[in-house]
Design a protein around this ligand. Sequence first.
Ligand SMILES: Cc1cc2nc3c(=O)[nH]c(=O)nc-3n(C[C@H](O)[C@H](O)[C@H](O)COP(=O)(O)OP(=O)(O)OC[C@H]3O[C@@H](n4cnc5c(N)ncnc54)[C@H](O)[C@@H]3O)c2cc1C
Length: 402
Amino acid sequence: MSNIPDPILQGLQRGWKVLGGKHGALPERVSCDVAIIGSGAGAGITAELLTKAGLNVVIVEEGPLKSSTDFKQLEPEAYASLYQENAGRKTKDKGITILQGRSVGGTTTVNWTSSFRTPEPTLRYWEQHFGLDDFGREALAPYFEQAERRLNISPWLMPPNENNELLRRGADKLGIPSATISRNVKGCWNLGSCGLGCPTNAKQSMLVTSIPAALNAGARLFYQTRAHKLDIQNGQVKGLLCVPIRLNGDKVSDQTMRVVAKHYVVAGGAINSPALLSPTLQLKNHENIFFAGQITGVEGYMESAAMGLLAGLNAAFIIEGKKAEPPPVNTALGALIQYITSPEHAVQFQPMNINFGLFNAPVEKKLRKKERNALIVHQALQSLNAWISSQKLNELRPDIFC
Ligand SMILES: Cc1cc2nc3c(=O)[nH]c(=O)nc-3n(C[C@H](O)[C@H](O)[C@H](O)COP(=O)(O)OP(=O)(O)OC[C@H]3O[C@@H](n4cnc5c(N)ncnc54)[C@H](O)[C@@H]3O)c2cc1C
């Protein structure tokens, strides 16, 4: 048994409010000021700040609660328990593995601790292209300083290993400036297994910083608890439906927990965005934010452009006080939108091109594939034309849908 203090076990002994997994069944209903989905980089800081500000905070995390006592530097154990899809999450063509954390602390429990401020050219780009005037270097400096203090970010004083030293010498010779990256660690043992969970708690992840601080200040944590659906009525989030899950991600039962909050923070990572989008490509919990292009979850140039066109049309409609209606589901656009915005696809989401498999068109079963597809196309065009007329799109720009 390790004699390194484990802040999670200590907190649990002090009586933290933690449920889910082996800590007990979820209640049917929970009320709070702020419900936060996820417990990683974004969620952790939010939970700490809001709890310390006196708000009643609930954290919902689908991954397990693991801590330094569990971290044995063993790849099979760590990949299976601390990563999304056992660290096997891949792009659709299986060409690239996408690592993403899934445990309390989120990806910060397994990340590699490189910590640097957003580079100035990136901030300038945001400013010039997205009008983010408040996100310049000076404006952000106090927030970076605050995070650096909180997470103990400082230069790594170890000499680089030979691989990295070679890179540094090469960069030097080519006149490319290089520097050692700062890290968020305190008393690092340099074990080299950051990606498997830190067994010494040197890594200043959310697991040992913000999440314990929030729980100490009274926040409630529900782990192995998946935020399944935001219940939205008349454009307002009325509740968050959660389900208890096993370590492997399967549902424990059909039991649900309804979290009713004044505010909801979605911080479950950037990948499962489709669960958050409404069929009008608005963020469900922030209706004046529209998604366009590939970030909606579609794949391909035409599909991305189509999502941009629809997001633009919807935004224009709403600005004019009209109701935006998504295209019918038996059109190519409608079928694609149905796919990317359906919660059942969000758990193991694959970016999608338009294809005949997306259509549920009620067509004759006996038809051969070619005839069936021709019928789907025919029906799709009829529905698209009807939708264009009903939305009066041809009055806006008659050539748009040619
Ligand atoms: C191996 C690895 C090494 C990395 N190294 C570095 C590094 O050195 N420096 C750096 O700056 N960045 C690094 N990163 C990236 C960095 O850790 C992430 O960008 C950052 O943690 C993302 O923060 P987040 O809050 O968006 O989500 P995450 O930290 O990923 O947290 C999201 C959490 O939400 C949970 N969740 C998702 N969906 C649901 C749901 N429906 N219900 C409930 N919970 C849900 C997930 O289980 C997860 O725990 C690394 C990433 C990986 C994978």
